[in-house]
Design a protein around this ligand. Sequence first.
Ligand SMILES: Cc1cc2nc3c(=O)[nH]c(=O)nc-3n(C[C@H](O)[C@H](O)[C@H](O)COP(=O)(O)OP(=O)(O)OC[C@H]3O[C@@H](n4cnc5c(N)ncnc54)[C@H](O)[C@@H]3O)c2cc1C
Length: 431
Amino acid sequence: MMIAAFVDCSCQAGTVPKGALLGHCTGALRWNVVASRRMVIIGGGIVGLASALRIGERFPGDRITLLEKEAGLGRHQTGHNSGVLHCGLYYKPGSVKARLAVSGIRQMVAFCRENGIPHEICGKLVVAANESEIGRLHDLEERGRANGLEGLSRLGPAEMREIEPHVGGAAALRVPQEGIVDYAAVCAAMAAKLAARGVKVVTGARVKRLRSWQGGWIAETPVGNFEADFIVNCAGLHSDRIAELAAERREVRVVPFRGEYYKIRPERQHLVRNLIYPVPDSQFPFLGVHFTRLIHGGIEAGPNAVLAFAREGYRKRDLNVRDLLDSFTYGGLWRFLARYPSMCWFELRRSFSRELFCRSLQRLVPEIQSADLAPGGSGVRAQVISPAGEIVQDFQLIPRANALHVLNAPSPAATASLAIGEEIAGMLPEG
Ligand SMILES: Cc1cc2nc3c(=O)[nH]c(=O)nc-3n(C[C@H](O)[C@H](O)[C@H](O)COP(=O)(O)OP(=O)(O)OC[C@H]3O[C@@H](n4cnc5c(N)ncnc54)[C@H](O)[C@@H]3O)c2cc1C
């Protein structure tokens, strides 16, 4: 076991700064030997990286190690998302998500500016496709105002088309604070900062077992065992399993929902300037298929939200028996399917039908045709479903004496990652 002995010493010869490593002090001494806390963060997605940064800032004496099972960082949700900076429009006022989204976009934009990361605050339109959706659009506007968003404005058809000339629909909400970003570049900048601060980032380190040891943990991985006084579980699609390894009862479960994209063919990309979203169904955390301009060029349409048969199942045919059993032996999933059968069935059909996908997009941009859509990538969302069959919308950060579990960090957790990290650092006990 490697413990650095930091010594706080006041001696007649003068005061030695706290944290100085002493070996030769003489005279009347008061020694306090403090072992620096060993903090192990499990998961090298954007939430794990941002947490390592913020914990390091709050507790500079902690020795932080980040364990990631893949050969590189940000290979799952973080590396397969839409690249949007969400500003807190959708979330229930007073929820942790609303608070951290609003603070999170400020922190993320500041981080991008400081580190020269490509991003752009281009604003977005949320479009009511017809009169029947205008009431929900107004509700959304109120929610945004309650969350403190600035500059929201309601637009009629003519004003909407000044911003997005090819948009359809009856009315829109303009959200000027939102934008687009390169999250891979964000992760690379975070990793570089961590390395400069002496944080150890270990890839290929899948945590297979957590052994309780001397009030802390030993994390067993294929590349060695890591001792921890405290663990922070940021394992995304596997966060419920890591919590279970740490002796938590798995009362809720992560259920994977794949989000599939199409790319708009280059000759039709003029149909969309920036971000065009539908009015979402407030029962679900998914925002509905939309158009997104990518920071490095190109336009994407999607993502949908289909139940996946593997937690890292990026293709329709991907199936993992353990993941499948995990989902379908969970009563919460069956209750969810029973509660929302038509939505689930529609998502499944739309996943297999480009025509149906295109019809959803035509509600936003009527000129778009299915021939304009080329197959794109996909991502898998880690979504906690409650035993009652409800989608858990809020972020779930579960503190324990020697662990903190980030159990649910769905969208906009990429935007909000630095605020989530700050929140986690604030929840940790003093070292
Ligand atoms: C399709 C899609 C679109 C989205 N669009 C947006 C968007 O535009 N804007 C936005 O803000 N958010 C968006 N999100 C949400 C956002 O991407 C996620 O909320 C965020 O990336 C979560 O980060 P994370 O670090 O918690 O998870 P992840 O990025 O999944 O990272 C978890 C990490 O833990 C590692 N891990 C798992 N198990 C172990 C283990 N046993 N040992 C070691 N390591 C382990 C994994 O390999 C992984 O790297 C989107 C998500 C998806 C899927």
